[in-house]
Design a protein around this ligand. Structure first.
Ligand SMILES: [Cu+2]
Length: 944
């Protein structure tokens, strides 16, 4: 007999040694006399039906006894709790016990009643055929939060409909009488209104039935996943209770319709399938199309019973609704759904296989901004070609590594990659890199809701400075939430004098030989740098050994061609290696941000964009009218770009041109003075301002399971200069350094974590318990550990104090699922103060955000940094896999500022597949990697 919130339980020892248990209801249990009466009757009912049950009611009082309370006294049954012996019990004994319990259930379920409500004794004690009757409910929903004081229908009810209607009326009445109810209580509770189906007879299962049961189980699991993804997308339903606030109701209904349409489009290929899925859709359809009554689990109040529809449609209460999901009913619906299990299959990619895109990484001398540089490039250009993917559609991209000897990979920056495990492109983390002269087929399938602006780049060494390009994901249904006429790309990247090799060698040399490659020579817009660089390179920080001056017509600014009176969607991509930057347009300060990274935001006005490596912003710009142009007397306007928070403050340009492009109109020199004045310090630009366009399911603070601190600092020691996270480093050539605080100088290339997980199973998974005691970090594997379902606050800290070395700004990038960006600030992070700021602000999700420094922006001042800075992220661990978290400054990456997160256990990460299914991925240059004479054997993770 449990003692808890609702009862006081006392063990009484009598003089004769007998022991009895006395139970007294607490006031919150409901009406004490009714609760007690019903409990006594229910106990009697159970005992009558289950003669083997040892339970002897000694005495009870259902009205206030002279001792002052209702009570129940039962004899204490000797024995111990099952939970204490369960683990030690033999299997066969357990089976017998379960069979016995099932028999209990079976006997109880053979009784049927004609009404719904609580169980009581028949007042007519002489009617021995009907000792028990159904009376008013004792369910606490009818009593909690002062509802007990209301004069409402508490049953018994003759039908499910009556029961549901009473539920709805109760909520309406409590809102009207009690004000904004502190807690909405759900309608449609199965224990009140729905007869439980009879349990199957477990004792007579035959092999065939077991097989079917297993399939049902798999379907159910698949169904729960689908449901979970729908709920995730809706953004407001947390857990299974399914309540939404009054204020969100209309928006939620709209969203629900939107996702229903998307859902049907995704799952159904034929009209017939569509119809089946539409029937299975468990939520109400707001256009009141007929639906199967049994499936209406989320029931807006006005659909339950027209006569209780609330009169004033504008009042806040009219929006109020209590919605509930019945997990039980879902179970049965999902059993009816056709199997969706993923068909993992191996396919030989021979000449019949046609990838959707082919990217060839080569090493070439290319010319930008009047300089030539020996660079790794994609398809011969900087930036590489733009890729267009579609939500919910599989795209195969073949990447040839045509470099003479170096490894290469491609990372699809910002794509969540939740399913195809080898496709994230992180060498030594999620895949063996592509050997020189080999190719690898990447399988990408953006999910619904992922439409937006991304980019791709190599994840090896310094290659991403030039081997990168735009990646756009288009909406599956073509419905873009913002209207505009045309799109323009702004791919921002950088030019360095030295080659990747020189830069990597200089950055990883022992401290005495350490060589900083200098600031970037130019910020490029769509591959064009302006002003053109001079032949005289005395300004350059380093001898530009491989850069040589060329003089030709290519040295012009990027021309962004626009027409009058049109709305353009700009997709600005931070493909820079090093410099955070800001940009603005001369005479065009009407920029409207509509997306950050790849997620749509509420429209937000600004006159300047600040971004760093790895970030993206989409914004709308409405161009001038003919009259406005005439008034201004010109048709060309500068786009002005300045680097930020670096040693130098440089200014670069592109041109927004209304005139038709022709050689004579292109400016040959930059403006005498920068036309736009952009503030230097923009550390609080759009912080706590950008909000998601649709609710994004921001987990509340009480869902947070733990906090992980990631402290960024520089470390100068004899063996080299490092950028560290919590005093540790990780790079693709030196990643498993265990407890060593930073990488040593002997490169190793250990097995990628994901490969180890396939090969060794749970042994390759970090020790979660130990890691949690150690700020989330497993020292053996040099990785962070997380379990699926966790909500983790990650606090990035920029720590200048006590560090020998520099202090810098870091754009931190999160692979896999995006994180909620809970803002940033100077000083020490204060969770309470920040939660206060989040009360009226819904953070956006993103994959890259800036950890600022707030001290003196320049080096060489004796490191007089007075204040550290922080940024707070909230991570919901949903995607099993191996995901990197790192600073996106390529120099810092080369110097070790990278970490790996392992999320989930081995079976979750491998989707319970066996290593033989993916053998070709488990070795460097394995069968999943093709070359000129070998067709790779590739695993397909998606059906189409
Ligand atoms: Cu950094």
């Amino acid at each position: 007999m449990p003692e808890g919130n609702f009862n006081k339980v006392l063990l009484l020892s009598m003089d004769d040694g007998k022991e009895v248990v006395a139970k007294i209801p607490n006031p919150n249990a409901g009406l004490p006399d009714r609760v007690t009466s019903s409990e006594v009757a229910t106990m009697d009912f159970v005992r009558t039906n289950l003669s083997s049950l040892r339970m002897k009611l000694t005495r009870f009082s259902t009205s206030k006894h002279p001792l002052g309370a209702e009570f129940i006294i039962v004899e204490k049954v000797p024995g111990i709790q099952l939970s204490q012996v369960w683990d030690q019990m033999e299997g066969l004994k357990k089976v017998k016990l379960v069979e016995e319990l099932v028999q209990f259930d079976k006997r109880l379920s053979t009784n049927s009643f004609h009404q719904y409500g609580g169980l009581y004794y028949n007042a007519d004690r002489n009617d021995l055929n009907n000792r028990f009757v159904v009376g008013p409910t004792t369910n606490r929903k009818y009593f909690d939060d002062l509802r007990g004081s209301l004069d409402i229908d508490r049953g018994p009810w003759k039908s499910i409909e009556d029961c549901l209607a009473a539920d709805a009326r109760r909520e309406k009445e409590s809102i009207v009488r009690l004000g904004d109810s502190p807690r909405l209580l759900g309608i449609s509770a199965p224990q009140d209104c729905i007869k439980l189906p009879k349990p199957p007879n477990f004792t007579r299962w035959i092999q065939d039935e077991r097989g079917r049961q297993r399939i049902d189980q798999e379907k159910w699991e698949e169904g729960v996943k689908i449901l979970d993804s729908i709920l995730q997308n809706l953004g407001a339903y947390i857990g299974w209770d399914g309540f939404v606030s009054h204020a969100d109701y209309n928006a939620m209904k709209e969203l629900m319709d939107h996702f229903r349409a998307k859902f049907l489009e995704n799952v159904a290929e034929t009209d017939e399938e569509r119809e089946i899925w539409a029937k299975a859709w468990p939520f109400p359809v707001s256009d009141k199309t007929p639906r199967s009554a049994g499936l209406a689990l989320l029931i807006p109040m006005d659909e339950v019973d027209p006569d209780i529809a609330i009169r004033n449609p504008d009042s806040a209460t009219s929006k109020s609704v209590a919605m509930a999901i019945s997990l039980l009913l879902f179970f049965y619906i999902l059993l009816a759904i056709s199997s969706l299990s993923k068909a993992l299959q191996q396919v030989r990619h021979d000449s019949d296989f046609k990838p959707d895109y082919i990217l060839k990484i080569t090493a070439e001398s290319i010319t930008v901004a009047c300089r030539t540089r020996f660079s790794a490039v994609v398809n011969g250009t900087v930036p590489g070609p733009s890729l267009y993917l579609k939500e919910n559609q599989t795209t195969w991209i073949r990447v040839y590594n045509d470099l003479p000897s170096d490894n290469a990979t491609i990372h699809w920056h910002g794509l969540s990659q939740s399913v195809a495990p080898w496709a994230d492109g992180t060498p030594q983390a999620s895949q063996w890199p592509i050997k020189a002269q080999h190719f690898f087929d990447y399988e990408l399938r953006p999910q619904i809701g992922e439409a937006g602006t991304y980019f791709y780049h190599s994840h090896v060494g310094f290659q991403a400075v030039s081997a990168s390009g735009p990646l756009i994901v288009e909406e599956a249904d073509g419905r873009i939430p913002y209207e505009y006429d045309e799109e323009r790309m702004l791919f921002l990247s950088e030019l360095f004098n030295n080659t990747d090799k020189q830069i990597e060698q200089g950055l990883t040399a022992p401290l005495a030989q350490f060589l900083w490659p200098g600031e970037s020579e130019s910020i490029l817009v769509n591959g064009n740098g302006f002003p053109a660089l001079l032949g005289n390179e005395t300004d350059a920080k380093m001898p530009p050994e491989d850069a040589s001056f060329v003089s030709d017509a290519k040295c012009h600014p990027d021309i962004i061609q626009v027409e009058v009176d049109k709305t353009y969607r700009f997709r600005a991509i931070g493909g820079v290696a090093l410099s955070p930057l800001v940009f603005a347009f001369e005479d065009h300060d009407n920029l409207t941000i509509i997306a950050a990274d790849s997620s749509y935001t509420q429209p937000t006005e600004t006159n300047v964009i600040q971004m760093a490596g790895g970030q993206r912003y989409d914004f709308l710009l409405h161009t001038k009218t003919q009259e406005e142009l005439q008034a201004l007397g010109k048709t060309e306007f500068w786009m002005q770009i300045e680097t930020r928070y670096r040693d130098q403050k440089d200014t670069f340009y592109a041109v927004l041109s209304y005139a038709k492009y022709n050689a004579s109109t292109i400016p040959s020199s930059p403006p005498a003075r920068p036309p736009v004045s952009i503030p230097y310090s923009l550390q609080d630009w759009l912080e706590y301002t950008l909000e998601p366009l649709t609710p994004n399911n921001f987990p509340s603070t009480d869902q947070v399971t733990r906090q992980v601190i990631m402290t960024a600092a520089q470390l100068d020691v004899k063996s080299g200069q490092y950028w560290t996270i919590n005093n540790h480093t990780w790079t693709e050539i030196n990643q498993h350094e265990g407890d060593t605080p930073f990488n040593d100088t002997t490169p190793t290339a250990d097995t990628p974590y994901l490969v180890s997980v396939y090969k060794e199973g749970e042994r390759a998974i970090p020790d979660y318990q130990k890691a949690v005691q150690n700020n989330g970090w497993d020292s053996e594997l040099n990785v962070f550990a997380a379990e699926l379902g966790e909500v983790v606050d990650i606090i990035l800290v920029n720590e200048p104090a006590g560090v020998i070395g520099g202090y810098d700004v870091h754009p931190f990038h999160f692979h896999g699922a995006h994180v909620w960006d809970m803002g940033s600030g100077p000083g020490v992070y204060n969770a309470t103060a920040n939660q206060e700021r989040l009360k009226d602000y819904n953070p956006i999700v993103r994959d890259t955000s800036l950890l600022f420094r707030y001290g003196d922006p320049y080096y060489g001042d004796g490191h007089n940094y007075t204040s550290q800075g922080w940024r707070a992220w909230r991570l919901k661990v949903t995607d099993p896999g191996v995901w990197m978290v790192h600073c996106h400054i390529l120099q810092h990456m080369v110097m070790g500022m990278q970490t790996v997160w392992v999320m989930g256990n081995a079976s979750e990460i491998t989707y319970s597949t066996s290593p033989d299914l993916v053998a070709g991925y488990l070795t460097y240059g394995g069968d999943a990697y093709g070359n000129a004479t070998y067709d790779p054997l590739v695993t397909h993770y998606y059906d189409d």
